[in-house]
Design a protein around this ligand. Structure first.
Ligand SMILES: [Zn+2]
Length: 397
């Protein structure tokens, strides 16, 4: 077998044994380089192979190296090393730490990559992140493995420029696509066969369901609502323009700004997490206070199948959460939207399992704050913010 044929065979072996990683394995480009001393990668999915050094390796050993490189590439070890500011002197320990993160996900029947560290060798349990192995693990005394800049981002002498004429690397957009494709193929494989190493499944879950910072999203959505309302030019006829004084026939509207009227409709029937509800209310209160709106300026309609009288309280924690029946918030929304003084902005807090008015009552601006792991769709006229616990990984095999 020629050197090239052995790499093709190694890639096929890897894709056969780890089918959920196939998209990444087949995106790799092999480059021959006699100075590498083994197998190394760069951040652009290029794998540098020293054929003289590896000519007597088994196809399986080469295949494991490719799976290992996929681990560095997809898990972003190079950018993670940059994020925590790994210094040259710490490079070897970081390589061992990131290797330990990957290697405990290899099939137990397969050999470890040549001279690569396992969690055990760093005195640590399996299933941790590279950063944990780096900070808490014991450095190995004799360690010389270098997986290449794919593992740490520090350029190696054999690395080609990204836009090399013959061996162009894979750019960040395509890398992102590959990452997402492998993540969804990993989850699909898990659903069909259930056999996915824990580390890979956790990684796929993180890629597909990144933790959305709901606080930031809620603040941004409400701030936008308040700004739009407060910034809206209010041509009021209540106070005639001075320019109209001398003209008895035409009353010109005056231009004035005022604090927006805000109402909250709170679904009290729902099986919403009380903790998340109070966190959401506290966040709303904080934002209002920052916008110069005291919480007791807001009207809060608690609502299940019937609508309660609006409450005005000094702090969100003083609210009485009355209710407990079935949910139909559309009534509460209608009442809140038409109660005087008319609200400019309506905040509806619910788990989402409710009837909604088909269109916005009075054309009011409204934000639905949905406290639910998987809330149902909401009508077009509502902005929505989803509030949920931090996504956790599915059980591992
Ligand atoms: Zn490595």
């Amino acid at each position: 077998m020629s050197s090239e044929e052995r790499m093709v065979a190694a890639r096929l072996w890897a894709a056969y044994k780890y089918p959920y990683l196939a998209s990444a394995l087949f995106a790799m480009r092999f480059i021959s380089d006699e100075t590498v001393g083994g197998v190394a990668g760069d951040e652009y999915f290029r794998i540098y192979v020293d054929h003289e050094e590896t000519h007597d390796w088994e196809v399986e050993t080469l295949g494991v190296e490719l799976v290992h490189q996929v681990g560095h590439l997809l898990r972003g070890h190079a950018s993670r090393a940059r994020e925590i500011g790994i210094q040259q002197a710490e490079l070897t320990h970081w390589i061992d730490a990131s290797d330990a993160e990957i290697n405990d996900d290899l099939d137990a029947d397969h050999p470890l990559p040549v001279d690569a560290a396992s969690p055990d060798e760093l005195g640590m349990p399996d299933s941790l992140f590279g950063e944990e192995y780096f900070y808490k693990g014991t450095p190995r005394i004799a360690s010389s493995r270098d997986c290449g800049s794919s593992a740490h981002g520090s350029p190696r002498s054999w690395d080609k420029p990204y836009a090399d004429d013959n061996d162009r690397g894979i750019g960040s957009e395509e890398r992102d696509l590959i990452k997402r494709r492998v993540a969804s193929e990993t989850v699909a494989h898990y659903r069909s066969y259930g056999l996915i190493p824990g580390g890979w499944l956790r990684w796929a879950n993180r890629v597909l369901e990144p933790h959305v910072d709901w606080r930031r999203e809620l603040r941004a959505t409400l701030r936008r609502g308040i700004t739009e309302v407060a910034g809206a030019v209010d041509y009021s006829y209540k106070r005639p323009s001075r320019r109209g004084i001398n003209n008895s026939k035409v009353v010109l509207p005056s231009l004035r700004s005022r604090l927006p009227e805000i109402s909250i409709v709170l679904d009290t029937s729902a099986s919403m997490s009380e903790e998340l509800l109070s966190q959401a209310l506290a966040e709303i209160e904080g934002l209002m206070s920052a916008a110069g709106i005291r919480f007791n300026f807001l009207k809060v309609f608690t609502c299940d199948s019937a609508v309660g009288k609006p409450q005005t309280v000094r702090h969100s924690s003083d609210l009485k959460l009355i209710g407990g029946g079935g949910t139909d918030l559309s009534q509460g929304i209608e009442v809140a939207a038409r109660s005087y003084p008319l609200a400019d902005l309506l905040i509806v807090i619910t788990d989402g399992f409710t009837q909604w008015p088909e269109s916005s009552p009075n054309g009011i601006r409204a934000v639905a704050v949905l406290i639910n792991e998987d809330p149902p769709p909401t009508p077009q006229w509502l902005n929505r913010v989803e509030i949920r616990e931090v996504a956790t990984a599915s059980p591992v095999t």
